[in-house]
Design a protein around this ligand. Structure first.
Ligand SMILES: Nc1nc2c(ncn2[C@@H]2O[C@H](COP(=O)(O)OP(=O)(O)OP(=O)(O)O)[C@@H](O)[C@H]2O)c(=O)[nH]1
Ligand SMILES: [Mg+2]
Length: 341
């Protein structure tokens, strides 16, 4: 798998619809930085068509179930769907729980759906990096909607969701808190809120809590000792996007059509305002920064004797030099040194 030919073969097979070749291509990209570059170079001209949807929220809110249900709706509407599940606690494939298998039955084997699970640990060059590459591959292979599920707990996961075109934050009643998103800090990044498990006790309260927090809907205030209901002004009309709050029962597919409709409306909103361009620029800036950081760091490392980093770590550990000075010294040393390996 070290010949460029092999990558070319995988690319052509994948483009012909060979799912195993596609899976293999993604593995190659995940495991080998050099080949990742080759693949990205070849495929980049074929990208830019997919709409990327990030689905995030606290553990167990029903994200995977919703993603499955959304994929089904998209299939009915004739779209090809890529699904990326980041570090799933209930995996989508490979050692999947029985429940997941059953749920996925009608999607598995459908060439219009490609599902990939990615572990937080073990991806070379970081999770966000690997995710960008996988999204790019799926985009180039004609998957028109790419659904990325992340558990909104770590910064990396939030970043991934935030870099999507449309971000869905999933809430559910009965998780101890009225609204879990406050904790995870994902409230600001939501374009669409979903209150899933609407069949459960407390769903209405979660819905109202969200409304209140977003400053939508009626608000109760104390005024001269009396409780009054205040109706906020409608948010700015014309071009602004107000995140809708939608209720679903993902296990039964209820309300999922409306979620897909909202995604499509948001997509249209991005296309018809400057917001789409702005988000794309943020995405690309973030990706470029990361590539530059990686490249500059490897260039630095190539110019330093293998032991020098360890030596400096020892010096900092023993407090004989501070980390800023140490870093400056390493840079200075690398700049005066020819490539050593
Ligand atoms: N009652 C009810 N249960 C649901 C609903 N949606 C999902 N569930 C159940 O909730 C549990 C968790 O669902 P998942 O889809 O795995 O949730 P998740 O958010 O992907 O979970 P993690 O990936 O582990 O964070 C499963 O047992 C689902 O069957 C719903 O609308 N109503
Ligand atoms: Mg899940």
């Amino acid at each position: 798998m070290h010949l460029p030919d092999a990558v070319d073969t995988l690319i052509s097979l994948a483009r012909e619809g060979d799912m195993r070749a596609l899976a293999r291509l993604i593995s190659v990209v995940e495991n080998d930085g050099t080949q990742a570059r080759q693949v990205v170079e070849r495929l980049f001209p074929h990208t830019g068509r997919a709409h990327i949807v990030g689905i995030t929220g606290a553990p167990g809110t029903g994200k995977s179930t919703l993603v499955n249900a959304m994929a089904r709706v998209y299939r009915q509407r004739g779209h090809r769907v890529g699904i990326i599940a980041i570090d799933p606690t209930s995996p989508f494939s490979g050692g999947a729980l029985l429940g997941d298998r059953v749920r996925m039955r009608d999607l598995v084997g459908d060439p219009g759906v490609f599902i990939r699970s990615m572990a937080t640990r073990g991806s070379l060059g970081g999770l966000a990096h690997a995710t960008d590459d996988v999204v790019l591959i799926l985009d180039a292979m004609g998957y028109e909607r790419i659904l990325i599920e992340t558990v909104g707990v770590g910064q990396a996961e939030v970043d991934i969701a935030a870099s999507a075109h449309t971000v869905i934050v999933v809430e559910a009643p009965g998780l101890g808190d009225d609204v879990q998103a406050i904790k995870a800090g994902v409230l600001e990044i939501a374009d669409i809120f979903v209150v899933n498990k609407a069949d459960r006790e407390g769903a209405d309260r979660t819905f109202l809590a969200l409304q209140t927090m977003l400053g939508l809907g009626p608000r109760r205030v104390q005024h001269h000792g009396r409780t009054m209901t205040v109706h906020e002004e409608a948010p700015a009309p014309d071009r602004a996007w107000t995140p809708p709050i939608l209720k679903t029962v993902a296990t039964r597919g209820e309300g999922v059509d409306a979620v897909v409709d909202a995604v499509e409306q948001h997509r249209e909103h991005l296309r018809t305002t400057h917001e789409g361009q702005r988000r794309e620029e943020i995405r690309i800036r973030r990706e470029l920064y990361r590539i530059l950081q990686d490249a500059l760091l490897s260039r630095l490392m190539e110019r330093l004797p293998p032991s020098s980093l360890d030596e400096v770590i020892q010096q900092v550990t023993s407090r004989s030099v501070d980390p800023y000075t140490a870093a400056q010294q390493l840079i200075a040393r690398a700049e005066t040194q020819p490539v050593t390996r």
